[in-house]
Unconditional design. Structure first.
Length: 148
């Protein structure tokens, strides 16, 4: 897991060259002009889901992980809290190949991190994460999916 300011995302391209596609998208688009929904950036290798979601409590937020894709999550409208636990420390979870996701409610996070508006968090396949923890109603956010 990595947390940093959006202007520093370019520093992480060495970890995965496809991160450059995300950097270019962010440089060439303003959130006010990007509609909610799925936007393909480089086919199924890099895309972004922009959404409004109802915030959850820590207890309501389900733990998840992915095997094929890296998440770069960006809170747009306000700060967002994420639960975190290493994937290796998670209980057995059913992995759904078509969705590239294993998801399970009722899993206590090892730690919680706040990602502020103007920042991003990267979750790699080894990172279990519980997104959407927000106590002020509805949150607008973007989830970039990058092939691992």
């Amino acid at each position: 897991m990595i947390i940093d300011k959006l202007e520093n995302l370019e520093n992480y391209v060495a970890l995965n060259p496809l991160f450059a596609e995300v950097v270019n998208f962010l440089k060439n688009n303003k959130w006010d002009d990007v509609e909610d929904g799925k936007h393909l950036i480089k086919g199924n290798d890099v895309f972004v889901n922009v959404m409004h979601l109802k915030g959850k409590t820590q207890e309501e937020a389900a733990m998840e992980y992915h095997r094929k894709m890296i998440d770069i999550q960006v809170p747009i409208s306000d700060d967002e809290v994420f639960g975190y636990i290493p994937q290796a420390d998670l209980p057995a979870m059913e992995y759904v190949e078509e969705k590239d996701m294993a998801k399970l409610g009722g899993v206590a996070s090892q730690t919680y991190v706040k990602v502020k508006k103007g920042q991003f968090v990267i979750f790699f396949p080894q990172d279990g994460h519980a997104p959407g923890i927000y106590d002020k109603g509805e949150l607008r956010k973007a989830i970039f999916k990058v092939k691992a």
